[in-house]
Design a protein around this ligand. Structure first.
Ligand SMILES: Nc1ncnc2c1ncn2[C@@H]1O[C@H](COP(=O)(O)OP(=O)(O)OP(=O)(O)O)[C@@H](O)[C@H]1O
Length: 295
């Protein structure tokens, strides 16, 4: 049986360590002192009834909103107080529950936007942009490189093109023919694929996916599952929030179950599936998340 309070395996070597994380919205404790880890090549899923705090947890880990308490470390470095751009640079890339792409940009340009934060040769001195008095220096340098170019920036350009092509290739049949199409002309599923490709182009240490199959039909969901299994085989660490429990149970190394902002169970999929607290959360209160998949 899983134990929500037990320290997780391999905490010492964890990629992501979350401890006593808290976030409240006025009186509501959306995330109430949760602790968990994700290992360097682990796929960890967070499940739970609607409103249990899953997306808030992802928002905290990715710096989208600040925490009211607790710590978040990535590879041993504190990211709990960093902004989203810094966290992305440090190696956490995410997708959003409702799918966010730039509607008027092409598929290729949407993917490139993701890489922009990692550019070195084309964006020298970029850390100075955080300093109010000195931020004109990286701006001028970027402008010079954009107009004149340097051997390093041209090499980086070729690398960017190769990364974009590699990520489109991952979804070849779907995105290949649509590389230059604006995102607004894509199907919903292809917009979600573009968003995942954009996150992967960052070559993140941790890929954070918020309901990647939301709004997808059965065959599209099966395709996402195949792609997640491929990423897992490549050793990609993933933190996943997903309502489709068959997919969760097929892809996850560990499953965390939240209810009311707390972790009520965590463990291997087969342990969590049989946990009485989980069955109670899904079936006892009939919150309609396909709880029948758990028993
Ligand atoms: N910005 C906000 N302001 C006020 N309350 C919020 C805010 N964001 C989330 N909440 C509340 O916090 C709780 C947890 O929300 P959250 O979106 O994290 O749940 P969830 O488990 O992801 O739900 P779902 O499965 O429906 O996406 C809910 O009660 C929600 O209404």
């Amino acid at each position: 049986m899983s134990d929500a309070t037990a320290p997780q395996a391999q905490t010492g070597g964890a990629l992501l360590t979350v401890e006593k994380l808290e976030r409240h919205f006025e009186g509501l404790k959306a995330v109430d002192g949760i602790s968990f880890t994700v290992g360097p090549h682990e796929v960890v899923s967070i499940i739970g009834p609607n409103g249990s705090g899953k997306t808030t947890t992802l928002n905290l880990v990715t710096g989208t909103i600040p925490a009211n308490g607790g710590t978040i470390t990535l590879d041993g470095a504190d990211i709990g107080h960093a902004d989203t751009a810094r966290i992305a640079e440090d190696g956490v890339a995410r997708t959003f529950q409702n799918g966010r792409v730039f509607a008027t940009l092409s598929v290729a340009d949407n993917i490139e936007v993701g890489i922009h934060s990692t550019l070195r040769a084309s964006r020298p001195f970029r850390r100075l942009s955080r300093m109010f008095l000195l931020r004109w220096i990286p701006l001028l340098a970027e402008l010079y490189i954009a107009i004149i170019g340097t051997p390093a920036s041209r090499r980086e350009r070729r690398e960017i093109d190769a990364t974009i092509s590699a990520e489109i290739e991952r979804f070849e049949a779907r995105l290949g023919p649509r590389r230059d199409d604006p995102a607004y002309s894509l199907s919903y599923a292809n917009r979600r694929r573009t968003e995942i490709a954009r996150a992967l182009a960052l070559k993140p240490k941790l890929l954070v996916l918020d309901e990647p199959t939301a709004g997808m039909n059965q065959s599209e969901t099966a395709e996402v599952l195949r792609q997640l299994l491929e990423l897992k085989a490549e050793g990609q660490a993933i933190l996943l929030v997903e309502h489709k429990l068959d997919l969760v149970m097929s892809v996850s190394d560990r499953v965390i179950v939240m209810d009311g902002g707390r972790i009520i169970a965590q463990g291997r999929p087969e342990q969590v599936r049989r946990d009485p607290a989980v069955i109670e959360a899904y079936l006892g209160r009939r919150r309609g998340l396909g709880g029948e998949d758990l028993v």
